[in-house]
Design a binder for this molecule. Structure first.
Ligand code: AMP
Ligand code: ZN
Length: 465
């Protein structure tokens, strides 16, 4: 039984999509004003695991993610570089997509830029105005929170008293109530803006998500995902707008992932304590190592980023790869060890149950590693048999369908696997012909390219250094 912790109800709830086996899901995407940092990618890696596990659970996906390609920072940075918004954001949108591909994050079914939906946003704001939910102020349009009595139901903030300490939109405009937020922002002197039926300006951030989610997925989503910093005010505001527009609940499930931390603080641009994906790759870490680290801690727990953590992640992946290599190349006695087949069944069940339990990746990984430890010992003792290989590989496949770390990324300039295989064949032939000089030469040649050969009873196996 698949269960998720729902921020809205503050409970673990059984999940299945409302209609036709398809999960309608929305993720708040990146603001493309700079390279994303690995804190951002913690959230997007969680979303990727979620996608993959939903599919492994037999559901289809219709997943929308927005690209926020207009906001105050973008306007300011583009102007400073004398670039159009389009040219400026195109660079960072592409960088984000490239980084996602490097981290093996699947593309959502629909990736939608905010600036392609200005008309839809204007029309939504007009409907909100017709419903009495807005007021104008100095050319901007505000949402009047007082018209939405359920405000606060997601963040479980009590707004009946005063708002001291609440993080509210900081704007220089006149607002009736500190909680009210801009749906439409009047342009300041010289700023990029759109001429529309509600006047010149640009959309607020919150209306983007409501409009694009409803346009593609309908009034009620199955799942809405984002980092915990978006619960308030962003998601609270999305709910207020969306439910005022449709009269329906906006999302059945709200899933929020916790922060990637650095020395006790949230990794963030503003604190300057961040690494982009590119920074970490430049230090020689493989993308799948970063992916593993980000995936290894369940999403509702904070994860402290350290380079030691990355090193442990690399070691963990190596253990799994080495085990897989043994399964593929060790000469094993015939037959099947029944006890080990049962052991595998226990691991498989534990893995599935952990993932079903709100994507408890730490428990799921523990199930895999405990099995690998037992299987390795059995191999050393000669108790692991040929008939145990198939189910063991199958378990690794199930694991890797979601975690996606077993295949090594080939770095630029790296010798491709087919070429390694060809040289190994040539070396085998040389050895057969008792041309040991050539055989040694090939071994050296491969070593220089980072390939380690191991002669075993069952033949030659190889791995990258
Ligand atoms: P932004 O581009 O700032 O809108 O952020 C994109 C996503 O990254 C949002 O879902 C944020 O909640 C998330 N995010 C930002 N910082 C962190 C962090 N340190 N750890 C995890 N997620 C984060
Ligand atoms: Zn959003």
């Amino acid at each position: 039984m698949l269960r998720f912790y729902n921020t809205l109800t503050q409970q673990l709830e059984e999940f299945r999509p409302a209609r036709d086996n398809t999960v309608r899901m929305y993720t708040c995407g990146p603001t493309v004003y700079d390279f994303a940092h690995i804190g951002n990618f913690r959230t997007f890696t969680f979303v990727d695991l979620l996608r993959r596990w939903l599919r492994a659970s037999g559901f289809l996906l219709d997943h929308v993610m927005n690209i926020t390609d207009v906001d105050d920072k973008i306007i300011r940075n583009a102007a400073a570089k004398h670039q159009s918004l389009k040219d400026y954001t195109a660079v960072y949108t592409q960088a984000f997509l490239d980084d996602c591909a490097v981290l093996r994050l699947e593309s959502p079914e629909r990736l939608v830029p905010a600036t392609a939906h200005i008309d839809d946003m204007v029309s939504a704001i007009e409907r909100l105005t017709a419903g009495g939910h807005t007021y104008p102020s100095e050319g901007s349009v505000y949402f009047r929170i007082a018209t939405f009595p359920e405000y606060g139901k997601l963040s479980h903030n009590d707004f009946s008293g005063n708002l001291a300490g609440a993080r509210v939109d900081v704007d220089e405009y006149e607002k009736a109530d500190a909680r009210d937020f801009a749906l439409w922002k009047a342009p300041k002197e010289g700023e990029t803006s759109w001429d529309t039926s509600i006047g010149p300006g640009r959309p607020g951030w919150h209306i983007e998500c409501s409009v694009m989610a409803i346009k593609y997925l309908g009034a009620t989503l199955d799942i809405h995902v984002g980092g915990v910093d978006l619960i308030f005010p962003h998601h609270e505001n999305e709910i207020a707008q969306s439910e005022s527009l449709t009269g329906q609940p906006f999302s059945r499930f709200w899933l929020h992932s916790e922060f990637l931390m650095v020395e006790g603080q949230k990794m963030s641009k503003s604190l300057g304590n961040y690494y982009t994906l590119r920074d970490v790759l430049q230090r020689g870490y493989a993308p799948e190592t970063i992916r593993y680290l980000l995936a290894s801690v369940p999403h509702r727990k904070t994860l402290n980023f350290t380079f030691d953590g990355l090193k442990s992640a690399a070691t963990a992946i190596d253990r799994l790869r080495n085990f897989k290599l043994r399964l593929e190349t060790d000469a094993l006695p015939d037959g099947a060890n029944e006890k080990l087949l049962e052991r595998l069944q226990v691991a498989r069940t534990a893995f599935v149950e952990a993932m079903d339990d709100d994507l408890n990746t730490a428990e799921a990984l523990a199930a895999i590693f405990e099995y690998v430890r037992d299987a390795n010992s059995a191999m050393d003792a000669g108790e692991f048999r040929a008939g145990n290989v198939g189910s063991a590989l199958h378990l690794l496949d199930r694991f890797d369908e979601v975690f996606k770390v077993l295949e090594p990324s080939s770095a630029a300039g790296e010798i491709p696997a087919e070429e390694v295989e060809k040289l190994i064949e040539e070396r085998n032939a040389a050895k057969k012909a008792r041309n040991f000089g050539r055989a040694d030469q090939i071994r050296e040649e491969l070593l220089a390219k980072g390939i380690i050969l191991e002669d075993t009873k069952a033949g030659v196996r190889w791995k990258r250094k």
